[in-house]
Every structure is written in structure tokens, then in C-alpha cells.
Design a protein around this ligand. Structure first.
Ligand SMILES: [Zn+2]
Length: 148
């Protein structure tokens, strides 16, 4: 889940959607036009063809282009054997967990208290979050999407 740091960019999202549609259509057509069959000596050819295929403006935003990624974490969050509680209100479940561009992890409770979680890192976040499925131009839009 991405959210953009500042500006609305509708054209970007439309281009992104168009890119997915194009990719989906091409994937339904085998073999890919202009894409040679991988030879037995080069079994990785098919894998490397995909990231090189879409022009850069149609790819998902990279880590440098978004302020961070976020996910909802409903059960109690246990870090180093301890359940994390919100220092603002004592809540211990239903977090929004952010992984920021600098790889820091932040927790946000339902009441909107935000606190840094030094016991977690980007590797932990990547293990527990699914693939990015939505792009949000603002933080508020991302929070609404996640039910906060
Ligand atoms: Zn709180």
C-alpha cells in the first residue's frame, strides 16, 4: 500500500492502470510479441523480460517516490515478546503500521497517536505485508482505505 507524500497525480494513476491493462493483454498472448523464446541455456530470460518491459512511467512508484508504505495490523502487535500499547491511549490492537522511506517503522492507533517502533524494521514489514495493491495520493486517503 503506497501513499504519495504531497501532490495529487491523477495522470500517473491512469497511466499505471493503462500499463496493467496492457500487461494483462500481452500476458494473454503467447508467445509475447517481439520477445524471443528463452533458450535452454538462459532459463532466467522470461523472468528478466518482465521488469524491462513496461516503460518507467507505467511501473509502480519506487521507494524514492513515495513517503512510505502502510498496512493495517488488527491483532495485538508483539515485539520482542511484549505486546505494544499506545503511549497516548493504551490501545494495543488495530494499528496502522507505516514503513517510511528511511526504513523506520511507525505505529498509529485508531485515535491517531503515532509512535516510532524501533524494535521493527523494513525487513519485518516486508515479511508481513502483502504486495502493494493500492496507491494513495495522500496519507488521509490511505488511512480511510484501511478503515481508520
Ligand atoms: Zn492511541
Amino acid at each position: 500500500m503506497f501513499f504519495r507524500r504531497a501532490r495529487e497525480d491523477r495522470a500517473f494513476r491512469e497511466a499505471q492502470r493503462a500499463g496493467y491493462e496492457l500487461l494483462r493483454r500481452l500476458q494473454a498472448t503467447q508467445p509475447w510479441p517481439g520477445c524471443p523464446e528463452p533458450t535452454p541455456q538462459d532459463p532466467a530470460a522470461e523472468e528478466v523480460a518482465v521488469p524491462d518491459f513496461l516503460p518507467p512511467e507505467l511501473r509502480l512508484p519506487s521507494g524514492q517516490e513515495v513517503a512510505g508504505v502502510m498496512m493495517r495490523w488488527l491483532p495485538p502487535l508483539v515485539v520482542d515478546g511484549e505486546v505494544r500499547t499506545c503511549p497516548g491511549c493504551g490501545m494495543y490492537r488495530d494499528w496502522i503500521v507505516f514503513c517510511m522511506r528511511d526504513d523506520s517503522i511507525w505505529l498509529r492507533c485508531r485515535a491517531g497517536h503515532e509512535t516510532r517502533e524501533p524494535g521493527l524494521d523494513a525487513a519485518w514489514f516486508n515479511r508481513h505485508s502483502g504486495p502493494a495493491d493500492h496507491f494513495h495520493p495522500t496519507l488521509q486517503e490511505g488511512l480511510r482505505h484501511l478503515g481508520h
